[in-house]
Design a protein around this ligand. Structure first.
Ligand SMILES: [Zn+2]
Length: 262
């Protein structure tokens, strides 16, 4: 079995050079492939389309929170699915309020189109610490401290697991929930500054070390902060004894589980 993680977008809300953070996950298990997109902001849909290979196969979307740079790419994505003749149902899961917000955004962007998409949208709204199935993959919603309610998501298949924060910082008492994850994709808005409602590279490295995260990926870095520290980050992470990196759009990580009967 394998989990492939593709970084369609790695930017913050308003970076003119990087599209919004949006992560495409493919889980291959027992001959089945499940495809899940984590967040889809203003500028994310074209990046997903560019990198995903066969975007029409998408099984499920996860919306970590209701900020525009995390969900307002949905009208564009859903209409494009419709234009390409999608009939396969789509699961959209996320924080409480996702269903109303997605329908309202559709009505504002393309009035009257919601009822004529041509495929079914199934909503699942998660509560903090709820276990759910996201595109058929076992998932755990973990609250993250941000300026609006936000849920990080841990995906688990056999003994491979990945975690994505959405925006914000994970409180220390939740670190055991992600202990030993093979991959953590974490918002790191600043290098070290304490920005309310956001995390930082220094916070993420501290969490990754203590939670025994095997590989850490830093996303959603504030645009000026990213340009300033991009070149020195590999050394920073090495000195922090973290196996991690700051991805570019299109970068991939593949996790493999090998062994008899798997
Ligand atoms: Zn946000």
């Amino acid at each position: 079995m394998s989990m492939k993680v593709l970084f369609c977008g790695v930017g913050e809300a308003f970076d003119e050079t990087l599209s919004n953070t949006s992560i495409f996950v493919e889980v291959q298990e027992h001959g089945n492939v499940r495809k899940i997109l984590l967040d889809c902001g203003f500028t994310a849909a074209p990046s997903f389309w560019r990198f995903a290979g066969d975007p029409l196969d998408l099984d499920a979307l996860w919306i970590s929170h209701l900020h525009g740079d995390h969900f307002l790419g949905l009208p564009q994505l859903l209409i494009r699915f419709s234009e390409h003749g999608r009939v396969k149902p789509l699961q959209i899961s996320g924080v409480s309020g996702t269903s109303v917000a997605v329908k309202q955004s559709m009505e504002l962007a393309y009035p009257g189109k919601w009822d004529r998409l041509g495929f079914e949208v199934q909503f699942i709204e998660a509560s903090p610490e709820e276990t759910l199935h996201l595109g058929g993959i076992q998932a755990l919603a973990i609250p993250v401290e941000h300026s609006v309610p936000c849920l990080g998501i841990k995906l688990h298949a056999q003994d491979l697991s990945i975690f994505y924060t959405g925006d914000g910082r994970l409180a220390k008492h939740y670190w055991p929930k992600i202990e030993g994850c093979h991959l953590a994709v974490c918002e790191a808005f600043a290098l070290e500054a304490d920005v309310p409602g956001h995390s930082s590279v220094s916070r993420v490295t501290s969490m990754a070390r203590q939670a025994g995260i095997r590989q850490t990926v830093l996303v959603h870095m504030q645009r000026q902060e990213r340009r300033k520290y991009k070149d020195s980050l590999p050394v920073y992470l090495e000195e922090a004894q973290i196996n991690g990196f700051l991805p570019e759009p299109g970068d991939r990580v593949e996790l493999q589980k090998k062994g008899p009967g798997r």
